[in-house]
Design a protein around this ligand. Structure first.
Ligand code: CP
Length: 347
């Protein structure tokens, strides 16, 4: 019997879906000790590396097509989304299903939230149904942490207000690491609406923890005060911020979080802060172009640049999203599965 929390992959799985070099890398030197995934804040470099190593194995499983694991058979996962989403909700659903969980999607619109039920009462209600994993997206920063204090199950943050979007930063890191072979020492420039972006916050935390050099570029109105305290260089000129960058990460103007006007017009914004080939020339010739989506073509990114398949890895980010969410589910449910039989894979 393996000790509580030990990995329970069977030899059959290891030999059939996992490349031996990745399997060796996945043995954690320090066990992952977090009950929930509420943010990148609090994760060590070892925690992040472990998630990325295991996600790499799930990329291989997903590319096999039709492969499914029974790791979470008999477990129930609820996706509770109080904000719209395409990538995060769908990839969490796919991740849960590919690991054999029963997955239920709940949107605020179709729930009793519309009758006045509070977030906490909704959480307590789901808790009473013995849900094993709750994935939550909410427009208020801190709402997911608040909810996690009221339930017994594993809680994963699918994005809370302007605070954090941890699985987005993890999938971005996996994309970069697979393309560049490392994170340490890379120059990553994050451009756009940094002020309202949970993606920027999670990426800054993750990338600085892993030894990357992070720059942010935005108009002064969209740069948070004292952003340098997070260990980044701040710029208000795209070409200066992009000079010599290995990675160019674009952000959407998040109009839904803006009260008032932060930019004169989208046309002017594109002229000074939209990524086009002229501004991209300042970055390294092999710089990767990234965007978490959803994209606003012609606002923060030129359509041709977004679709430049030699350099744009936007669709690869989406692919990595499923694998990262599978890895997070795998790691965070270890305690639940500590007495479960070894994993089987069915095709
Ligand atoms: N990147 C991201 O969170 O996309 P969705 O809003 O579509 O989930």
């Amino acid at each position: 019997m393996p000790p509580a929390g030990a990995r329970t992959y069977s030899a059959a799985l290891m030999s059939s879906i996992i490349r031996p070099e990745l399997a060796a890398a996945s043995a954690p030197a320090v066990p992952f000790r977090h009950r929930h995934l509420l943010g990148i804040d609090g994760l060590s470099a070892a925690d992040i590396s472990e998630i990325l190593d295991i996600a790499g194995q799930y990329v291989e499983l997903n590319r096999r097509g039709g492969a499914k694991s029974s790791l979470l058979r008999g477990r129930t996962m609820v996706n509770l989304f109080f904000e719209s989403s395409t990538r995060t909700r769908t990839s969490f659903e796919l991740a849960g299903k590919r690991l054999g969980a029963d997955v239920i999607n709940m949107a605020a619109d179709g729930s009793s939230v519309r009758k006045g039920e509070t977030l906490l009462d909704t959480a307590i209600t789901l808790n009473a149904m013995h849900v094993d994993v709750l994935v939550v997206r909410h427009p208020e920063s801190g709402a997911v942490k608040l909810l996690s204090d009221k339930v017994n199950c594993v809680v994963m943050n699918g994005g809370d207000g302007q605070h954090e979007h941890p699985t987005q930063a993890l999938l971005d890191a996996l994309t970069i690491r697979r393309r560049k072979g490392r994170l340490e020492g890379l120059v990553v420039t994050i451009c756009g609406d940094v002020l309202h972006s949970r993606v920027a916050r999670s990426n800054i935390r993750l990338l600085t923890t892993m030894g990357a050099r992070v720059r942010v570029v935005a108009p002064p109105t969209l740069l948070p005060a004292a952003i340098e305290r997070l260990g980044v260089e701040a710029h208000t000129d795209m070409k200066k911020g992009l000079a010599g960058a290995d990675i160019v990460m674009m952000l959407r103007l998040q109009n839904e979080r803006m009260q008032g006007s932060y930019v004169p017009s989208t046309r002017e914004y594109f002229r000074f802060f939209g990524l086009d080939y002229d501004k991209l020339d300042a970055a390294k010739p092999d710089a990767l172009i990234m965007h978490p989506g959803p994209m606003n073509r012609g606002v923060e990114i030129d359509s041709e640049v977004a679709d430049d398949f030699g350099r744009s890895v936007i669709q690869e980010q989406v692919e990595m999203g499923v694998a990262v969410r599978m890895a997070c589910l795998d790691i965070l449910t270890r305690a639940l599965r500590s007495n479960a039989p070894a994993l089987e894979v069915t095709n």
